[in-house]
Design a protein around this ligand. Sequence first.
Ligand SMILES: [Mg+2]
Length: 399
Amino acid sequence: MRTVLIDDDTLALRLLALQLQHLGYGNITQCARPHEALALLESEFETIGLVFCDLQMPDIDGVQFVRHLARIGYRGNMVLVSGEDERILQTVRKLAQAHHIDVLGTLQKPFSLTQLQQVLLDTAARALLKPQSVHRTYTIDELQRAIDEGELVNYYQPKVSMATGALVGVETLVRWQRPTVGLVMPDQFISRAEEYGLIDDLTRVVLATAIRQAQLWRDNGLDLHIAINVSMDNLAALNFPDVVAQLARDSGVAPTQVVLEVTESRLMHDPCAALDVLTRLRLKRIGLSIDDFGTGHSSLAQLRDIPFDELKLDRSFINGASHDSGLRAIVEPTLDMARHLGMRTVAEGIETRDDWDLLRTCGCDVAQGYFIGRPMPAAELPAWHSSWAQRWQEMNAAA
Ligand SMILES: [Mg+2]
């Protein structure tokens, strides 16, 4: 794989290239102009595995660069380099992670060969753990076929009460089971479906399957909230609330059991229509959750304008909050605010016992994340449920 170095300081660029060569890296491209680097990344991203990027550059800074990388769908690794202090490096790192770009390390200039080596070792170790996702642009026909021929499969990630440990619901996460290829993750086809105008069809398939599944679970004694992610584009169709209500009615599922998670993934074309649809969903007692709260995609203005009844705090604030007073300073008042607004609070991305304990102390209502359970096919939920009940008992016996 190729390594790309971006820094307007050509001396720093040459020095880093020499250090990397010394450590055995062969295929290195140096870019003193970030725009050139972006063009290269866009056209040849499949050959690029690692990018070193300086944060201060004259025509485009590191933050803008990260945003562009996210836009072109870069899936490789990244190391941030800067003369700025560690705090700024960490901030940009979090920003990149919010865009789902893996920043495997930060280097504060000037750095030694040993420091560089350490970052690269961490990189190599993490790369082994990370499944290589292949970035591909799917055609409208491929996606249409996936929707029509039932190639979309719902996975469900458990949500549990932090007070009682009870399984209260699941979030539906769609996968595309491509024959002979395997599972494709939603970040690789959802925005494409929006572009092609297929998102309504796609969401309806996901919704219908999820609601039927909720009915099956209920028949087996599991009364669960079922959350489904909806796109702002879905909310442009004025009959959307009627479609959801009808699907619930057909399956004998109460509308209050259905929760729609809304993220503003891009600018609303018609804010009036969206508000109309969101308000009618609430009037029909369908749950509305503001997803990824705290990232650029959802804001206080939306809280003010839209009658949400659940707030999902974005994983970037939860992950590591137990060891980061800066994150805690955001998490605690946000949960307070949601409580005052009468909203249920959900913490996403809980991966460790420490973060679980912290969020529980803060009075968060519901937890979701790898610490509790990964997204899984419906059939695996009962087995997960009994092992979780076991773990819950052990956690409380030890406390
Ligand atoms: Mg969601």
